[in-house]
Design a protein around this ligand. Sequence first.
Ligand SMILES: [Zn+2]
Length: 298
Amino acid sequence: MNSLWNGYGNVTDRQELKSMANEKADHFLSCASTMHDGLRIQKCAMQLRVYPDRAYGTFTDTWYCKHRHCPICQWRKRLKWRSRMHQLLDSTPEALSGKWVALTLTLRNCHVSDLKDTINEMNGAFRRLSNRAFWKANVLGGIKFVEIDQGASDFQSAHPHFHCLIQVRPSMHQGNNYVTEERWAEEWQGCLKAHFIPRVRARRLTGKDDELRHKILKCVSYPMKPRLHAPHRGWFLSMAEQIKDVNLIQPFGQIRGWFSDLKHQEDCELKRHRNDVRLEQKPTTFQWEAFQGSYQKD
Ligand SMILES: [Zn+2]
């Protein structure tokens, strides 16, 4: 599992992801209205062309389906966000010298068929939260990730929650300004207009330089972690339908601005370098063999 968390994808990792993708594809293929989703995911990463590269590390070319529920494409997305965050921390020194908080905002579980409405409600509450005076005084920006788990006891229920990585002013952790986890929970409760106190977790990211960088990157990757077990078919199809148009990752405030600056500095050098490698080297190719459930070297 650890290699899936940190690795850049050797063939064994990819094999595991491809098997997970096929499970998801089978879910979609079981229903006439989602068959096209299943066929698309099935075609993802059928043939791998692996190029050795001493300068920047081995890389793999293949066709990706880019479906939001494809575990292979989710894993790539996760690497992309990690690398964007790396880039941001490299190019923006004030980001790494800033103060960061990992904030988890939850709500009671809902029926999976109410997921869309529940997430809309949570987004409304989040907007209210970010308009509150204490937020404006303390929070400089961040990234909000929507994560959805299957309810643990009731298989028809869903547990949508937000993982937020936020950058705060240093004064937020000083004296009277200190915002405790209880205070966060009260503010979130108020914004949700809930009669219960929702579970909220606010954890300060401590450490300097590499230690802090590691914690920030972990917060960015965590909500996109691969699932070891495919959820129950009915639940999965209902969840996929419900979150079709939901935006799952949203940078806001200062960080959003920093990310859009990064877009203009895409790594052209790496692209050029890889094109040279493609021209000079012959790749090792692997083909997905469905019967064996593994990649076979050509
Ligand atoms: Zn894919």
